[in-house]
Design a binder for this molecule. Sequence first.
Ligand SMILES: NC(=O)c1ccc[n+]([C@@H]2O[C@H](COP(=O)([O-])OP(=O)(O)OC[C@H]3O[C@@H](n4cnc5c(N)ncnc54)[C@H](O)[C@@H]3O)[C@@H](O)[C@H]2O)c1
Ligand SMILES: N[C@H](C(=O)O)[C@H](O)COP(=O)(O)O
Length: 348
Amino acid sequence: MNAVARRPTLAITTGEPAGIGPEISIRAAWALRAQANCVLVGDAAFLAMTAGAIDPAIRLSAVSLQALRYSGLPHFGPERITVVDVPLAEHVVPGTLNAANGRAVLDILDAAIEGVAAGWFDAIVTAPLQKSTINDAGVPFSGHTEYLAEKTHTPKVVMMLAGSPGEHQPYLRVALATTHLPLKDVPGAITQDTLAQVLDIIDHDLKTKFGIAAPSILVTGLNPHAGENGYLGREEIDVIEPALKAAQARGIDARGPFPADTLFQQKYLKDADCVLAMYHDQGLPVLKHATFGRGVNITLGLPLIRTSVDHGTALDLAARGLGLADCGSMEEAVRVAMHMVQARRAHP
Ligand SMILES: NC(=O)c1ccc[n+]([C@@H]2O[C@H](COP(=O)([O-])OP(=O)(O)OC[C@H]3O[C@@H](n4cnc5c(N)ncnc54)[C@H](O)[C@@H]3O)[C@@H](O)[C@H]2O)c1
Ligand SMILES: N[C@H](C(=O)O)[C@H](O)COP(=O)(O)O
């Protein structure tokens, strides 16, 4: 089979229409069309208008979901990008959220999930969406990660962001023990059972999806200075240490709990494959500070491949027009998804 036919087919969900998602999705799909068959999922008329404004040379061909269900995904070759049309309810004003379009953002995700199950797509790459707008549309929603877990009936998944901080610095992967939780709910969510599931998923997926034979995982504490021997909190002694001992007994190379504020140093990171942080804003600011614009969000533990960008909808940029958003993270999310598809093809 030739290289074009072997291109992975990736569904790019174009996300919040008033944000930068549609633009970065189109740009990444067009820039990487020789390597990946990126199928845009979103409102075809809006995407065509946006593509025309970005570069009139960009060629899009729309198909309806009904047509896909009837006759499968058409293969156009790298000279044009397929769009699966999921119409929005209302006209888009860039930079201005509109809850009337919130339901369509979920329809876009549902179409991509359906497409993976139907074999149209090898993986899903998600552009950023605005969580609040979906809630404003009346659907409780905390993130793609949780939504994909629910829709694929996966009891536990792990959010991991990864990126290269630059030359001569180790590639950084930061996984989270909890995802989108209010801070007050975090301590209660960190149990020995949860940590066992999270560590098993990280160990398994780093081996099977990233080809790391014996992953080394460094684990942070929850409290300042990892609890200071119990004087600044007992979660390290009561929960994290026993969970680590149990994981080690299962053959997982997980060490800690280390104070989160000093763990992110080269001397510790250089021999590690992943840092497991206890909550969102303990791990992600470090990763984003080091790699913003090149980072990728990967959901571990899912039965499908899903990657995403390391940033949000950037409504401020969308409001000011096209050409301001950095596409680096979106392109990297496409590349990581491609590599994961290729790795799965090599080791089904
Ligand atoms: N994958 C996702 O769907 C995803 C990821 C992160 C945040 N979000 C959501 O996005 C919304 C907005 O979040 P936020 O305001 O905290 O973060 P944001 O990333 O949208 O914006 C933070 C800052 O970074 C800048 N920025 C973001 N992306 C950029 C890019 N590609 N190029 C240049 N500058 C960029 C913005 O202009 C802004 O100054 C929230 O609803 C949040 O939940 C979604
Ligand atoms: N936590 C992610 C980040 O900070 O980049 C972001 O909110 C996206 O999460 P989902 O992939 O679950 O939507």
